[in-house]
Write a protein that binds this ligand. Sequence first.
Ligand SMILES: [Zn+2]
Length: 159
Amino acid sequence: MVRPNPTREQVLDWLQAVKDPEIPTVSVVDLGVISEVETGPDGVRVEMIPTFSGCHALGFMQIHVEECLRAQGLEQVEVKVNRNKPWSSDYLTEAGRRGLRAHGLALPPRHADGPDEPAECPKCGSTRTQLLSPFGPTLCRAIHQCGDCLETFEQFKPV
Ligand SMILES: [Zn+2]
């Protein structure tokens, strides 16, 4: 029996099940790291781009993307990482931004809003915040403190 080739939309829909291992509320699709999907009679080819160079989560995501597609019965699956294409935090989808917030992370400002927008406190919503350290527990995160409620919080860094 020959299965019809999945469409690009179908593949992206399946990949909604693959989450960022560090931020389980955000899928690889909503994180914007799936840069290309090609489907054809030979199978599916997916290209991923790293969010932050050296972000070790990408290796896990690459494996999970491949496992996810094989679980759909696809035999020919190729998942490649293209380190030459820059990722931008603007690639986060609306669902991705909601997922970051649900995980308690402050959102990266959109580039259109200017790079120096202050981080918004996820607890009280104040933008009277201060960068404490550009190096959080992972490369993707910076640590800020709120000047109003004094909460220290992590921001998903803008890139
Ligand atoms: Zn606050």
